[in-house]
Design a protein around this ligand. Structure first.
Ligand SMILES: *Cc1c(COP(=O)(O)O)cnc(C)c1O
Length: 427
């Protein structure tokens, strides 16, 4: 059966996962094993030379992880995927697969805090220079292009600015300049938005958020669009021989899967941030209800945003699904299924501390994309260590409160916010 013709929800449940061939188990088994027995020495040698595909060692591949990789590949419409230990490792490997000392990356500025630190501090130590080019507009990125540019990087819904980049413009620029466009689509998920359909080349996820959806496991995924010409002369590590595998050329040997095969057999082999099969099992289960959950997340968020907008205790609200949200126009065009479930807002005069401390259903913690509703004050927590200039660049004003709307009943969330807003004004 050709799954690619079937709907998103059907693929969320079926892609990558038939009955287990040896036991008939219907749910994907957790293959909790480090290694896999080779049929004989010839088989072992062929696997190690990449002449034949097969399981060797769970640091680089595992059947439970493979089912997850196949499922997300189907949902995105990509050529392949690689499951990793965290979103941070997915972002790191996606970029290190094509960038080395002396290379340059052009990124939007409104980034997840961990990504900002990785780019501005850790990559700098590796000799990789990242230019922060504003909010994902083609003209801003264009200014920084040079001989050494190896990647364009954006978040589809930046956190916590909630900006939507001009993906079509950036994809044009990527094609014109022979540089791949890498997109962190964590806050939208393939249910709300498919970056590959808009011309992106690679998609990265923190599966920790909506893909898992229940706030119980850390994981990350790289999806390869299979749509970038890595043999264009700029990416010798992919097109020339790899001395650790008999000098094979990834582009010649693996065609559209060149990038993702190299990420696995070279970088994951050497750096080692493997996802545990148990987490892969939980992410597979999470994906089965992704469409149901995302519908409820965005429906709740729309109602909560409307409520906040109408409340006199709230000074401003930024939600891309509201006309007052700064990405409203683009969201109307690009996000027909909903504008995500993250809302930011500022209080009119009440105390941020007593507002947050008075919430009962919202958990005060550093995460998003949980089935439960969450709240945080970024300037006091996640962005505390940044300078004022860096905070401004990231769009984190001192009064910004971020909420991640869960799948509870909207009227209960609204009632909780209402009583906390009232208390925040008592001081
Ligand atoms: C959480 C997050 C990450 C990092 O993912 P981890 O799984 O925590 O390593 C990266 N990008 C975005 C947008 C995130 O929300």
């Amino acid at each position: 059966m050709d799954l690619s013709k079937l709907g998103f929800s059907t693929r969320s449940v079926h892609a990558g996962a038939g009955p287990d061939p040896t036991t008939g188990a219907r749910a994907v088994p957790i293959y909790q094993t480090t290694s896999f027995v080779f049929r004989d020495t010839e088989h072992a040698e062929a696997l190690f030379a990449l002449k034949e595909a097969g399981n060797i060692y769970s640091r680089i591949m595992n059947p439970t992880n493979s089912a997850l990789e196949e499922r997300i590949t189907s949902l995105e419409g990509g050529a392949g995927a690689l499951a990793l230990a965290s979103g941070q490792s997915a972002i790191s490997l996606a970029l290190l697969n094509i960038c080395g000392q002396g290379d340059e990356i052009i990124s939007s500025s409104g980034l997840y805090g961990g990504t900002y630190n990785l780019f501005s501090h850790t990559f700098a130590k590796f000799g990789i220079k990242v230019f922060f080019a504003g909010e994902g507009e083609k003209d801003h990125f264009k200014r920084y292009i040079g001989e050494k540019t190896k990647a364009f990087y954006v978040e589809t819904l930046s956190n916590p600015r909630l900006d939507l980049p001009d993906l079509e413009g950036l994809a044009d620029l990527a094609r014109e300049t022979g540089v791949p466009l890498i997109v962190d689509n964590t806050l939208l998920t393939p249910f709300l938005f498919k970056p590959l359909d808009w011309g992106a080349n690679l998609v990265v996820y923190s599966a920790t958020k909506y893909l898992g959806g229940h706030g119980n496991s850390i994981g990350g995924i790289i999806v390869d669009g299979g749509n970038f010409p890595w043999n264009n002369g700029k990416f010798a590590d992919l097109s020339e021989g790899d001395p650790t595998y008999h000098n094979i050329s990834y582009t010649d040997t693996f065609g559209p899967s060149a990038f993702i095969v190299k990420a696995r057999v070279h970088l994951l082999r050497d750096l080692g941030p493997a996802m545990s099969p148990f987490n892969a099992f939980l992410f597979l289960q999470g994906l089965e209800t992704l469409s149901l959950r995302m519908k409820k997340h965005v429906q709740n968020a729309q109602e909560v945003a409307k409520f906040l907008h109408s409340h006199k205790g709230v000074k401003w609200v930024n939600y891309p699904g509201l006309p007052s949200g700064h990405s409203y126009g683009r969201a109307q065009r690009c996000l027909p299924e909903g504008a995500g479930a993250i809302i930011t807002f500022g209080l009119a005069g009440g105390s941020i501390g007593s507002f947050i401390n008075s919430l009962n259903l919202f958990s005060l913690l550093a995460n998003v994309g949980d089935a439960r509703s969450l709240v945080i004050h970024p300037a006091g927590t996640t962005h505390q260590q940044l300078s004022e200039a860096e905070r401004n660049l990231a769009g984190v004003s001192d009064d910004l409160i971020r909420i991640s709307i869960g799948i509870e009943d909207a009227e209960d969330l609204i009632a909780d916010l209402k009583q906390a807003l009232e208390r925040s004004e008592l001081r």
